[in-house]
Write a protein of this length. Structure first.
Length: 313
């Protein structure tokens, strides 16, 4: 593709943020690798975050890196098989990231809920099946997106062919039939269901934290050195994650529909779409890092062998 000043600027912009996102996710993954190597037991929440971080890292690489290379003027760096593989991986990790974030939000809502006998039993069962459910989700997303490669072609196949749109590094079929419309509906429905569950669980957590803050108001009142109460900090983190995730994956769903039905989409416009899609995977690790119990715990624990899990709620 012909590189313009706009493409170059967008390529540099994406490169900076992709590098930042990959670095942040690798820090979190490295943290969990250290815990596994030293045989520290991972909490259920940490298991979900581990899967989520890995999916986020692959999302950034599979979606952001090809678009960046395309904006920087690289041509034909992916062949037909490369395009099929990279977009297939993206569809898998996108679904996994969505599921893992929904599971994390619901699990935390269950964890901080009032400890009645029924809830305690449900918490125990939920804790037991966290790991297996994450593993099954990878397999489910792999099977659900098995037809994705059939709709993807290398960039050399886009010339004078109808219903195929070129996005710089790969081409995509834009079928406009009932089957495609049904697929889009099911895709949006599943995304909407996960986002709705996440929203409900996040609202539930905020409500519980607010009630708890009112109950211990006299304790916080005596601690004047606390500029922000633990409940307020947890609420802020929940709302930041919720808003960023909903925004990023709503844009992603719009992009899927736009890709499937658009006859002509500007490359620069697609770069904007893609950046908005990967906002959450880029900034999520820094929300985690900012909520470690202390800024140096991660590194001191490497020597002291006393690990503290990240606290995001």
């Amino acid at each position: 593709m012909k590189m313009t000043p706009e493409n170059l600027a967008m390529g540099i912009f994406l490169f900076f943020h992709i590098t930042l996102g990959v670095l942040g996710n690798y820090i979190i993954l490295f943290y969990y690798v250290l815990m596994i190597v030293t045989r520290k037991r991972l909490m259920p929440k940490d298991v979900i975050i581990e899967h989520l971080t890995f999916a986020n890292c692959l999302t950034i690489i599979s979606k952001g890196v090809p678009e960046t290379l395309s904006d920087l003027g690289f041509k034909d760096f992916l062949d037909d098989m490369g395009c099929k593989l990279i977009l297939y991986i993206y569809r898998i990790v996108r679904g996994m990231s969505l599921y893992a974030m929904c599971l994390l939000s619901c699990f935390q809502a269950i964890t901080i809920s009032p400890s009645t006998s029924k809830w305690m039993m449900f918490k125990h069962k939920a804790t037991k099946y966290i790991g297996p459910s994450c593993s099954v989700s990878w397999l489910v997303n792999l099977l659900l997106n098995i037809l994705t490669p059939a709709r993807v072609l290398g960039p050399s196949y886009n010339k004078n062919v109808t219903n195929i749109v070129n996005y710089g590094y790969c081409s995509w079929f834009t079928s406009r039939n009932m089957a495609t419309a049904l697929y889009m509906f099911l895709l949006c429905f599943s995304d909407g269901l996960c986002l709705s569950l996440m929203a409900c669980s996040s609202i539930s957590m905020v409500s519980i934290l607010y009630s708890h803050k009112r109950q211990v108001k006299h304790i916080h009142g005596a601690q004047h050195f606390l500029k922000v109460s633990p409940e307020d900090r947890a609420t802020q983190t929940i709302l930041i994650l919720l808003c960023t995730f909903v925004f990023s994956y709503s844009i992603s769903s719009v992009h899927v529909i736009f890709t499937s039905y658009s006859k002509d989409s500007g490359i620069w416009g697609m770069s904007i779409f893609i950046f908005l899609e990967i906002c959450f995977p880029i900034y999520f690790p820094f929300v985690l890092i900012s909520n470690f119990k202390s800024s140096c715990t991660l590194f001191l624990s490497f020597y002291n062998k006393k690990y503290l899990p990240p606290n995001i709620a």
